[in-house]
Design a protein around this ligand. Structure first.
Ligand code: SF4
Ligand code: SF4
Length: 296
């Protein structure tokens, strides 16, 4: 079923209208081909995420129950979590590498449209499993998803991707997959009996040149918000620069951006359309590959 699942997803990425830039920006694809990883629901790493990601981060079984999916004996062992890497297209990357101070318009639009596309990817995957007689849900689409305190949430797609063996964290606090860090992530939980993909390493920073070898720090040089140094990524400085980007790009592109709703502290709230920043992801060694691939 894994091959069928990947073919379905690859075709969906190729044909979905939601994976397209507006015609006035060339109409090309926002995301190229996806990657998928699969974790077992009873992997002990999900309990660890309560310590390292957020105290209220949910295990797949907790999310399953909270999403009104059926309970079962040994539920956790029956669940599989499919994490999907959505890599930005080369065209968006080429334009973004030329940008200074403010991101390329084409990236801001792609980053904004990415949310609607990811929601559809998760809905399509849920339907895919249901049509095959299984159940499925998605943490990000669940009523149980919440950003409950500052930057803490009940479901972190980067942590799910790590569990599914898709890559590791990094100095810029992105996620370095085998196709790089300039990506978006989403996931679904199912009771279909898929074979899990192994993690190459339990080192959460194995793919980052700075943590693995003490070199690089290119993301630090690219950041216009002074939000990265040898101690890591300063979320508050990043957020502050992000508000400047948001104000400028929303003013420039407002009429073609899509609205965005998120559950924050228990309530669905309309947010300013997200437009990204991501200078730290462009023209760096981990933009489109795992720079430690040959050594890991
Ligand atoms: S640019 Fe270099 S230091 Fe920064 S996250 Fe990528 S590999 Fe790590
Ligand atoms: S998103 Fe922007 S402000 Fe935040 S770390 Fe990356 S480059 Fe810096």
């Amino acid at each position: 079923m894994k091959e069928l699942l990947y073919t379905f997803l690859k075709d969906f990425f190729a044909t979905s209208k939601l994976n397209r830039l507006p015609e006035s920006y060339g109409g090309g694809r926002i995301f190229s081909k996806p990657l998928i990883g699969i974790a077992n629901g009873d992997d002990p790493i999900f309990e660890k995420f309560k310590e390292v990601a957020a105290p209220r981060h949910m295990t797949p079984a907790e999310m399953w129950i909270a999403s009104d999916c059926p309970e079962a004996p040994n539920l956790a062992s029956q669940l599989r979590i499919i994490s999907v890497v959505c890599p930005f297209s080369n065209h968006i990357r080429e334009e973004s590498m030329k940008a200074k101070i403010m991101p390329a318009e084409i990236y801001s639009i792609g980053r904004n449209y990415a949310n609607a596309f990811k929601i559809d990817v998760m809905k399509q995957l849920i339907q895919f499993f249901q049509e095959k007689g299984f159940q499925a849900t998605a943490g990000m689409l669940s009523e149980a998803f919440d950003i409950y305190s500052g930057f803490l949430s009940t479901w972190s797609e980067r942590h799910i991707a790590f569990a599914a063996g898709l890559g590791t964290f990094s100095l810029h606090e992105g996620f370095i997959s085998e196709v790089g860090c300039n990506i978006r992530l989403c996931s679904v939980i199912t009771n279909a009996p898929l074979e899990a993909t192994p993690r190459n390493s339990d080192d959460p920073y194995a793919n980052c040149l700075f943590y693995a070898k003490g070199t690089c720090r290119e993301c630090e040089k690219k950041c216009p918000g002074d939000a990265i140094d040898e101690n890591g990524h300063d979320k508050l400085k990043c957020w502050t620069y992000g508000r400047k980007v948001e104000a400028e790009m929303n003013a420039r592109l407002g009429s073609i951006l899509k609205p965005h709703w998120r559950r924050v502290r228990g309530e669905y709230k309309e947010q300013k359309p997200p437009v990204g920043c991501a200078f730290c992801q462009y023209d760096v060694p981990c933009m489109d590959k795992n720079p430690m691939a040959s050594e890991n």
